[in-house]
Design a protein around this ligand. Structure first.
Ligand code: PLP
Length: 462
C-alpha cells in the first residue's frame, strides 16, 4: 500500500513515511493509492466484537508492513486502554432511529483522542526502533493540541510544540495544554486566530531548511494516520445498528473535514452508508460550497463551538482530489486560487461531491436551543459541537434509516455554553477533576514565522 500526494508531484511513500511526515513536500496531503474494501461477511463478522478487534480489521489493510499483526494489535490495545468507557465509542438514543455516538471518553474528552492516542503509540514504536527523533508542531483550535500533548508527553523521541490562538480556546482546552509537566511539551499562545496558526504551521513545513533541521513532523488532521483511526468508529457503530444488512446515515460536526472524510473512506471500503451529512456552525463555508456557491474565504466569526471556527478546511483538499478524478494539477491550481481568496468548483466535481455529501448549518441561537431542548426531551447534555450536529441531523434524516450523529466532545469541555443553555454546569469526569488547581506553563508569541522558528529551535531537548 503506497500513498500519493493530492498535488501530484511529491514522491509516493509507505504508510510509515506518510505518517511520520504529515504534509507532502509539494504542499499536498497524502492519500492511499487505492482504497481497500471489506467484504459483506467481513463487515458482518465485526458484530459484537470489542472495539479493538474492529480497529485492527479496519486499519490493517492500510498499514502495509509498517507493523506486524502482533505489533499492531498491541499498539491498538495500549491506545484505547486509557479510555474511560469499555465500549470506547458507546451510543445513546436521542429519538426513534436517531443515535448519538459518544466519542468523548478519551483522556482529553474529544474525539481527537481516538486518532491521536494511536498516532502517539505508532510514533513511539516507529521512532524507537529507528533510533530517530522528531519535532512535532501542531496548530489547534483547542482539541487537537490537548489531544496531541496528552498523546506525546513524556515520549523519549519527540518534542512537541502546539500553537493555539490566544484567548480563543475554552479554559478546559487551554488547561489541558498548559498543565502537563513533562519537559518535552510546549504550549504556544499565538496572537492570531486558528487560521493564522494553521498558516504558520504550513509555512514551517514549506521552509525545507527548517523542516529538515528540526525533523518536523505533523500530527494535524492532515496526517493520514489520523483520518485512518477515525474510520473505525463508523464501522463499530454502524455494525451495532445492523450494518452491513441495514443502511445507516451519519451527521458529523465539521471543521477541518477530517472526521467526515473518514466516513467517506468507510463508505468506499464497503460500509453501506446512506447519507453523509456535513454540519457546520455559523462559519458555514463548507455548507455554502457543497450547495454550489464555490469556496470563498471570509472572516472567521468566533462561536460557541470554537473547534469548528474555520475558513480553510484542510482535509477538504482530499475530497476535492477525488472529485476532480485524482488530478493533482487541478487541485494544486485550486489551492493556489484559495491563497488568493477562493475558488469555484467545476460542474463535474460539484456533482461528484454532492453524490457523497450533503450539508447544513446551525446558527448560534439554534445551537443553544438544541442543547436546551435535548436536555428537556432526553436528559442528555450536549456539547455545542455535538448540538450543531444534532440540529442538522434532525433536518436531514429520514425516519426509516438510522441516523448516527457524532458527539465530538464532552459537555464539560465547553461548560460556559452548556451552562448558558441549560443552567447546568457540567462537571469534569472524576479522573481529571483537579484540572483547575494545576499550574499552567505557556509562552505567548507573535503571529510570525521567524519568532516561532527561533523559539522552537531554542527549546529542543537535544
Ligand atoms: C476538531 C473538532 C471538530 C471538527 O472536526 P474536523 O475533523 O476538523 O472536521 C468538531 N468538534 C470538536 C469537538 C472538535 O474537537
Amino acid at each position: 500500500m503506497r500513498y500519493t500526494s493530492t498535488r501530484g508531484t511529491a514522491p509516493a511513500l509507505t504508510f510509515e513515511e506518510a505518517m511520520l511526515t504529515g504534509l507532502a513536500r509539494d504542499g499536498g496531503l497524502y492519500v492511499p493509492e487505492e482504497i481497500p474494501t471489506l467484504t459483506h461477511p467481513e463487515i458482518a463478522a465485526m458484530a459484537g466484537k470489542p472495539y479493538e478487534d474492529v480497529a485492527f480489521n479496519v486499519m490493517r489493510p492500510f498499514i502495509g508492513d509498517t507493523f506486524t499483526d502482533a505489533e499492531f494489535r498491541s499498539l491498538i490495545a495500549d491506545t484505547y486502554a486509557s479510555f474511560g468507557h469499555t465500549a470506547r465509542a458507546p451510543m445513546v438514543q436521542l429519538a426513534p432511529n436517531h443515535f448519538l455516538l459518544e466519542l468523548f471518553h478519551g483522556p482529553t474528552l474529544a474525539f481527537k483522542d481516538f486518532a491521536m492516542q494511536l498516532i502517539g503509540q505508532m510514533f513511539k514504536k516507529a521512532l524507537g526502533r529507528a533510533g530517530e527523533r522528531v519535532t512535532i508542531v501542531g496548530a489547534t483550535s483547542g482539541d487537537t493540541g490537548s489531544a496531541a500533548i496528552e498523546a506525546f508527553k513524556g515520549l523519549d523521541n519527540v518534542d512537541v510544540f502546539i500553537l493555539y490562538p490566544h484567548g480563543r480556546v475554552s479554559e478546559v482546552q487551554r488547561r489541558q495544554m498548559t498543565t502537563p509537566t513533562e519537559s518535552n511539551v510546549h504550549a504556544l499562545a499565538v496572537d492570531g486566530d486558528f487560521d493564522d496558526c494553521q498558516a504558520r504551521l504550513k509555512d514551517m513545513f514549506n521552509d525545507f531548511e527548517f523542516r529538515d533541521a528540526v525533523k518536523l513532523a505533523g500530527v494535524n488532521s492532515i496526517n493520514w494516520g489520523r483520518v485512518l483511526a477515525q474510520v473505525v468508529y463508523y464501522f463499530s457503530s454502524a455494525v451495532s445498528l445492523g450494518a452491513p444488512d441495514r443502511r445507516v446515515s451519519f451527521t458529523v460536526p465539521t471543521g477541518n473535514f477530517g472526521d467526515i472524510f473518514a466516513g467517506y473512506i468507510a463508505k468506499r471500503m464497503g460500509l453501506p452508508i446512506d447519507k453523509l451529512v456535513v454540519a457546520t456552525n455559523q462559519n458555514d463555508i463548507l455548507d455554502r460550497c457543497l450547495k454550489g456557491q464555490g469556496y470563498h474565504k471570509g472572516p472567521t466569526h468566533p462561536s460557541i463551538s470554537p473547534s469548528m471556527d474555520i475558513q480553510v478546511s484542510s482535509n477538504f483538499e482530499r475530497a476535492l482530489f477525488d472529485a476532480y478524478g485524482r488530478d493533482g494539477n487541478a487541485v494544486a491550481q485550486l489551492m493556489q486560487e484559495l491563497g488568493e481568496g477562493g475558488f469555484d468548483v467545476s460542474q463535474g466535481a460539484m456533482q461528484a461531491l454532492q453524490d457523497v455529501y450533503i450539508s447544513g448549518r446551525a446558527s448560534e441561537e439554534e445551537t443553544s436551543a438544541t442543547i436546551t431542548n435535548r436536555l428537556a426531551t432526553t436528559g442528555e447534555l450536549l456539547c455545542p459541537h455535538s448540538a450543531v450536529g444534532v440540529k442538522v441531523a434532525d433536518e436531514k434524516r429520514d425516519p426509516a434509516t438510522p441516523m448516527i450523529t457524532l458527539a465530538t466532545a464532552h459537555p464539560a469541555k465547553f461548560p460556559d455554553a452548556v451552562e448558558a443553555a441549560t443552567g447546568i454546569r457540567p462537571p469534569l469526569p472524576a479522573r481529571m477533576a483537579d484540572l483547575f488547581e494545576r499550574d499552567e506553563r505557556v509562552t505567548r508569541i507573535a503571529n510570525d514565522l521567524d519568532a516561532l522558528k527561533s523559539h522552537i529551535k531554542g527549546h529542543l531537548a537535544s
